[in-house]
Design a protein around this ligand. Structure first.
Ligand code: COA
Ligand code: AMP
Length: 641
């Protein structure tokens, strides 16, 4: 019998260690833990210390050993290329072993870092698992990032190797990866020993053998012929499985470190209890392996739980149409789908009457989960109407690795409240505090924090930067993890997540730092100072918008400078920054102490009511900003009070 949410949450509250010890039974351990939670280790304690295990064993070998080798593990569906392929657990094991052998032959082993910069191809998933098999630490970099971002990550984790491909595919264009990889390697201080390059039919890349380039496909095929065994390397549960860089408040990304043991326990628990899927069923997270959703719910979660997972190389619209998700759901019998609200807004824009939904048999689908940004009630209601299944908003972050708040389908759905990702999941004591750290009452807005220790599966620190982790996440509210989200909890314990408290924006479900974009704008020789804010966008939720103050002596056409700045951000950060709007202003509004009033600018741009900040240096500047926004067709009528 399934325990209800309340009973489950109480069981966790009464005895967290017993709760996670039971959850850990879902995992194979080579050596049991000496303590379930050791509060003395790490930045806030460590889960399952002393235990030995291997994540690849649990994702792949374990299911083969249990007689499920012929069952489907991975379904690759690429409307970009027209390719579709199913891999059983047996086949997955053979692919992963071949790549592990290639890596091992090139000297990669336990603890070495491997950057994976790949499009959504099966070899990307195999490579992640091959690293896990060897005890190597992977760091996947999203394909929409450009060379400089890739170089920063190679340097930060001192990558011994990079696995990449000749190209990615975006609608209407082939994205050559190799020039970006070469540029990144040239920029990086740390030179990887090897760059493994998968040649795709759409574009063959010239290889720089003298720089350690290896034709990945050829090396894999050679290993398959040899068929060498590569056993799973036992690692400590507390050893890192991966580093995933995410946007922080500066251009320096934060390397979120995930361990092996706690990560497996939390993800397997979530598959059954939150997503409500059983082994053998098909689960599809329509995201990208470069994001945390891809790590947790394209690769590790479903495979740990013995589900078949879908790897989809396409977009919700335009590949070829707004029905592509529904084709995949019906063709592969997807039981649970997970995507970002922005994907639904894109589908709704192209298919407002939901005609594509009716072209496919969606009767197998049980639930749609949304995360990555605030799910606006209108989008949820539209999705419910079209799909006729529960549409479940849930809230989490790269840092946590799995949902902090959700409506747990596996434990029995609670009533849905639009605008809320429902309730705290076991492991998370979520509270709302004011800026001084005092708890606020139900319904009052404040900083959303989680009481320490964080549960298994959450980040253990930033890569090689414990102090930075403590400073940015643990120190402001002692005893709590700061989520950097603002919101409230109502009197029925439903969480409402309203906004970020830092300069992170969510654009099309992608997490971006406006601070990083400001750093790039400031690199332009004509720019004296600048501010980048996120402004509301019907499709993407938010898009970045830059304001530039030019140096006094600049006499060039401002439109040329604007174009150069847009290109600079694209070249330095990548197209994913979606930085396309930039305006030249005379001055930026500031407080008397010189702080730019980004929040007020954002409210003006979004047409929200705003108050004249008491500390403003020169109120007239806000009128100037409003006028520029209006000239550019951006500002709604401002409501100063
Ligand atoms: N490699 C190279 N370029 C990429 C890329 C990748 N992996 N992903 C995105 N880009 C490029 C896009 O081609 C686009 O380039 P352009 O400026 O030349 O048009 C740019 O980065 C911005 O991309 P995006 O903001 O995603 O806009 P889009 O118009 O291409 O697509 C959506 C809009 C809504 C269809 C798309 O963002 C989407 O499917 N979002 C789903 C959300 C999601 O997967 N979130 C992950 C967390 S759940
Ligand atoms: P990422 O690390 O890319 O997953 O982004 C995490 C951030 O996205 C969170 O801190 C929130 O600001 C936002 N976010 C994710 N899911 C939700 C949600 N369901 N509701 C509101 N905001 C969300």
């Amino acid at each position: 019998m399934t325990m209800s949410y309340l009973d489950t949450f109480k069981a966790w509250q009464n005895d967290p260690e017993a709760f996670w010890k039971t959850a850990a039974d879902a995992i194979d351990w080579f050596k049991p833990a000496t303590s379930i939670f050791d509060g003395e280790q790490g930045t806030y304690g460590r889960w399952f210390s002393g235990a030995e295990t291997n994540t690849c064993h649990n994702c792949v070998d374990r299911h083969v050993l249990a007689g499920r080798g012929a069952d489907t593990a991975l379904i690759y569906d690429s409307p970009m290329t027209g390719l579709k392929r199913r891999y059983s657990f047996d086949e997955l094991l053979a692919e992963v072993k071949a790549i592990a052998a290639v890596l091992r032959n090139h000297g990669i082993g336990r603890g070495d870092r491997v950057v994976i910069y790949m499009p959504m191809v099966p070899e990307a998933v195999f490579s992640m698992l091959a690293c896990a098999r060897l005890g190597a630490v992977h760091s996947v970099v999203f394909g929409g990032f450009a060379a400089h971002e890739l170089a920063t990550r190679i340097d930060d984790c001192s990558a011994k190797a990079v696995i990449s491909a000749s190209c990615g595919l975006e609608p209407g264009r082939v994205v050559p990866y190799k020039p970006m990889l070469d540029h990144a390697v040239d920029l990086a201080r740390v030179k990887p020993d090897y760059c493994f390059v998968l040649q795709r039919d759409e574009l063959h890349a010239p290889l720089r053998y003298e720089h350690g380039d290896v034709d990945f496909g050829q090396a894999i095929e050679a290993e398959k012929l040899l068929g060498n065994d590569v056993p799973c390397t036992p690692v400590l549960a507390t050893d890192p499985l991966y580093v995933l860089y995410t946007s922080g408040t500066t251009g320096q990304p934060k390397g979120v470190v995930r361990d092996n043991g706690g990560h497996m326990v939390a993800l397997s628990w979530s598959m059954r209890n939150i997503y409500g899927v059983k082994p053998g069923e098909v689960f599809w997270a329509a995201s990208d392996i470069g994001w945390v959703v891809g790590h947790s719910y394209i690769v590790y979660g479903p495979l740990l739980a013995g589900n078949a997972t879908v790897l989809f190389e396409g977009k919700p619209v335009g590949t070829p149409d707004a029905g592509t998700f529904w084709r995949v759901v019906s063709e592969h019998d997807v039981k649970v789908l997970f995507t970002a609200p922005t994907a639904f807004r894109a589908i709704k824009r192209d298919d407002p009457d939901g005609e594509f939904f009716r072209k496919y048999d969606l009767s197998g689908l049980r639930a749609l989960f949304l995360a990555g940004e605030r799910a606006d009630p209108e989008t949820i209601k539209w999705a419910e109407m079209q799909l006729q299944v529960p549409v479940i908003d849930h809230w989490w972050q790269t840092e946590t690795g799995w949902p902090m708040a959700a409506n747990p389908a596996g434990l029995g759905l609670l009533p849905i409240k639009y605008g809320s990702p429902a309730v705290a999941m076991p492991g998370y004591q979520i509270e709302v505090v004011d800026d001084a750290g005092h708890p606020v009452g139900p319904g009052t807005l404040g900083n959303i924090v989680v009481k320490l220790p964080l549960p298994p599966g959450c980040l253990v620190s930033f890569w090689n930067a414990d102090e930075r982790f403590r400073a940015s996440c643990l120190e402001e509210f002692p005893g709590y993890y700061k989520t950097a989200d603002a919101g409230m909890i109502d009197d029925e314990s439903y969480v409402f997540v309203m906004a970020r408290t830092d300069d992170i924006i969510n654009c099309a479900g992608h997490r971006l730092s406006t601070g990083a974009m400001e750093e790039v704008c400031a690199m332009h020789p004509d720019v004296a100072e600048c501010a980048v804010i996120g402004i509301a966008d019907d499709l993407k939720g938010q898009v970045p918008c830059g304001f530039l103050v030019l140096k006094r002596n600049v006499s060039r056409e401002t439109s040329a400078i604007q174009r150069e700045i847009v290109q600079l951000v694209r070249d330095e950060i990548g197209p994913v920054a979606a930085f396309k709007t930039v305006m030249v202003v005379e001055r930026l509004p500031k407080t008397r102490s010189g702080k730019i009033l980004r929040g007020t600018m954002q409210k003006i741009a979004d047409g929200l009511p705003w108050k004249m900040p008491a500390t403003i240096d020169d109120p007239a500047i806000l009128d100037e900003i409003t006028a520029v926004l209006q000239r550019n067709g951006m500002a709604q009528i401002p409501l100063a009070s």
